[in-house]
Design a protein around this ligand. Structure first.
Ligand SMILES: [Zn+2]
Length: 286
């Protein structure tokens, strides 16, 4: 999205990148992001990053700005901009509940809110991360009790490290992929250590496969995703998104990604002025 002369998760001369997932990579002369987002992005791309701390005030293009933790993965952030006609908060991907390997999210008051809607319909209702963990551990225990080696399919950046940490806390070793290890090394630089990595790990982690392949999984394989069988998600579900909107108390909401139209419709039903927009649109405010 572009506002004024600034790209928000969109390429522009001056751009903000909310987190280090490839579908949010941007290019530009100067990319504003947290230090963790810069280091994680540099595993896969170049680019000149100007790093910003959470809570620090800075200028991006013509706007005064501040970053807030988004809770989606290590270093993920939302950005608040002070515009001429009010304040705007842009979330990128976000999570209301605290994950073990992401900073606890925070959401400021703002007049305009741009919010992701990846899981923006009520049928996406996830268990809390702690409940999802219990299910994950029960699955692992049962497989190991029967002499099987459980295999978990995960996104290699963010979700893999969260699952590694969960298994570490519960005393299980893991065998991650090479890419997951590289990402985990960056996490370690930021104080998130994994003491359970082993060639002969109890649990094997493999790169996430699309949900359509889910049917062909053996009983000891599991996809860990909001779209998969085990919904330990690093995205807000419908109800978490609603809580975020209530917290920000915006006059206008713009929804983006995933079920953007459906989520905007649900918000209009609650009396909000809400519009779905496409990720690369130019936002013009009254
Ligand atoms: Zn993401």
């Amino acid at each position: 999205m572009i506002i004024g002369n600034v790209g928000l998760d969109s390429s522009s001369r001056v751009a903000f990148q909310s987190h280090a997932h490839a579908d949010h990579f941007v290019s530009g002369e100067t990319i504003f992001a947290t230090k963790a987002t810069k280091f994680l992005s540099h595993l896969r791309k170049g680019g000149f990053y100007r790093t910003v701390e959470f809570g620090e005030e800075f200028y991006i293009g013509d706007f005064r700005a501040r970053l807030y933790p988004a809770g989606h993965m290590l270093g993920s952030s939302g950005i608040k901009l002070w515009l001429e006609n009010g304040t705007l908060f842009y979330t990128g991907d976000t999570k209301w509940f605290k994950l073990r390997t992401a900073e606890k999210s925070r959401f400021p008051r703002a007049d305009f809110l741009v919010i992701e809607a990846t899981f923006g319909i009520p049928s996406f209702t996830f268990p809390s991360p702690r409940e999802a963990e219990k299910k994950l551990i029960a699955f692992v225990e049962e497989a190991l009790d029967r002499g099987k080696r459980p295999v978990l399919y995960v996104n290699q950046t963010g979700k893999a490290q969260e699952v590694m940490k969960v298994l570490d806390v519960h005393g299980y070793t893991v065998k991650p992929s090479g890419r997951m290890l590289k990402v985990a090394r960056v996490y370690s630089k930021f104080g998130i250590d994994f003491g359970n990595i082993s060639r002969n790990g109890d649990v094997v982690l493999r790169s996430y496969r699309s949900p359509e392949v889910g049917n062909s999984l053996s009983p000891w394989e599991l996809t860990v995703s909001g779209f998969g069988e085990l919904k330990l998600s690093n995205h807000a579900d419908f109800w978490e998104l609603m809580k975020i909107v209530e917290r920000v108390r915006p006059e206008r909401v713009f929804t983006v990604y995933g079920f953007a139209r459906e989520f905007a419709r649900a918000l209009r039903g609650l009396g909000y002025e809400a519009t779905a927009i496409s990720p690369n649109s130019v936002l013009r405010l009254p």
